[in-house]
Design a protein around this ligand. Structure first.
Ligand code: PMP
Ligand code: GLN
Length: 415
């Protein structure tokens, strides 16, 4: 194994997705919907596949299929309040994963410091480390009074402003932001983003903003793009995902939007790794964006209606967790929910590997003995901070009512 990857052998997704399949578990682990995407998406998908004469079975433009970058430019220019150049300010990659990889690997040199906000989507750390970067972590901390409540909110988790500033220094090159956040579901407020933005400017730091859950927010919480704040366009790379946007994770397309000079750096990594992404998938997503562009301001637009599809699931599932004795943290965005299970179980019940964190042990027990899969939250922290996450597990509630019923029955019988 190349030295760059030594120490990065483990991955929570490969481990727990495999275990869930082996034990035929009800899967509230990996984040994907287990029912059909919206009907208009399926119609466009079917139509596109049938158009053999359009040469969608051949290569297309390397930095993004023309129709797709134009559609993304037309939609996002409205949200960024500027004309986004489809060819110079957008790059298409094979999912938000490679978009993140391109961004991190095109900017980081060995020894550069990167600030991550815990809990963070787990791939950020290995991507930074394999680029030779040094991870500096700052945890979101729950307000003490929220810990006493049976049900709390993702907005109770906040950054200490002074602690955040102490993370920045002359070696800091990047900060990676994720709003709405996975796994917590926190939607960063304008004030929080303004503080981060001011530090980026003061210390000349670039911000990668992972916004794959941009359309999934609840209770009138507004998703704010840090790249739209004053003086932030020049130093922000905003990343989105077709899989998350259209509830079809198998599309595996991601986009990066940002200033020409930074997108150019991303293109250089991309042209020497995958070079171009599947044409068919790009054409489908282009047509979906064109379709939504015509109804962006209507409640029918999927970007506006998708949260309504999930909010009932969120509310019901929070009640279920509470009734069975866990303490849910109700998310303001995304389709994940954390639950504190610490008062719920007795450690002795599920001894596995001694070195395991409490949450890893609990999830192994849940999958193997109870056929229910979720994700241990310490996986979203760096090693020294894992103790901050080990009382929590993450559930994905973007599931068919039958799946949620099955999970509910298992949870009710657990106590
Ligand atoms: N970022 C976050 C926060 C995610 O949750 C995910 C998982 N979908 C990704 C990036 C990767 O997305 P994709 O499936 O488009 O590669
Ligand atoms: N982003 C999804 C999640 O958090 C999927 C992760 C993955 O496929 N590795 O569950």
């Amino acid at each position: 194994l190349s030295k760059r990857y030594i120490g990065l052998e483990h991955n929570v997704w490969t481990e727990f997705t495999t275990l869930a399949v082996q034990h035929n578990a009800v899967n509230l682990g990996q984040g994907f919907i287990d029912y059909e995407p919206p009907q208009y998406f399926l119609d466009i998908y079917d139509e596109t596949v049938k158009e053999h004469n359009k040469f969608l079975h051949q290569y297309t433009r390397g930095f993004g299929h023309r129709r797709l970058v134009e559609a993304i430019s037309n939609v996002y220019s409205l949200y960024f309040n500027r004309k986004i150049d489809p060819f110079k300010e957008i790059l298409i990659a094979g999912g938000a994963y490679p978009s993140l990889f391109n961004a991190i690997h095109s900017i980081i040199n060995p020894g550069d410091e990167v600030i991550l906000i815990e809990p963070f989507f787990d791939c950020y750390e290995p991507m930074v480390r394999s680029a030779g970067g040094i991870v500096r972590c700052i945890p979101l901390r729950p307000k003490p009074e929220s810990l006493k409540q049976d049900i709390s909110s993702s907005s109770d988790w906040i950054l200490d402003k002074n602690e955040l500033e102490l993370m920045f220094n002359s070696n800091t090159r990047l900060i990676i932001l994720n709003t709405p956040n996975n796994p917590l579901g926190k939607v960063f407020t304008r004030e929080e983003l303004e503080h981060i933005a001011s530090l980026c400017q003061k210390y000349n730091v670039i911000c990668i903003s992972d916004e794959v859950y941009e359309w999934i927010t609840y209770d009138n919480k507004k998703h704010i793009r840090i790249g739209t704040l004053p003086n932030m366009w020049q130093r922000t790379l905003t990343i989105g995902s077709a899989g998350k946007t259209f509830s079809a994770t198998g599309l595996k397309l991601g986009w990066t939007i940002g200033p020409e000079n930074l997108i150019r750096l991303n293109q250089i990594v991309h042209q020497h790794t995958v070079y171009l992404c599947p044409t068919l998938s790009q054409e489908v997503v282009a047509r979906c964006f064109e379709y939504e562009l015509k109804r962006l301001n209507s409640s029918e637009c999927y970007f506006n209606s998708v949260s309504k599809e999930f909010i009932e699931k969120r509310n019901q599932f929070a009640q279920v967790l509470k009734e069975c004795g866990m303490k849910p943290i109700v998310p303001d965005g995304s389709y994940f929910m954390l639950a504190d299970f610490s008062s719920f179980v007795n450690d002795e019940q599920f001894q596995s590997d001694e070195n395991d964190k409490k949450d890893f042990k609990f999830i192994r027990y849940l999958i193997k003995e109870k056929q229910l899969a979720a994700i241990p939250v310490s996986a979203f922290y760096t090693k020294n901070h894992q103790y901050l996450g080990e009382n929590y597990i993450r559930f994905c509630f973007a599931k068919h009512p039958e799946t949620l019923d099955k999970a509910t029955n298992i949870l009710r019988k657990l106590k």
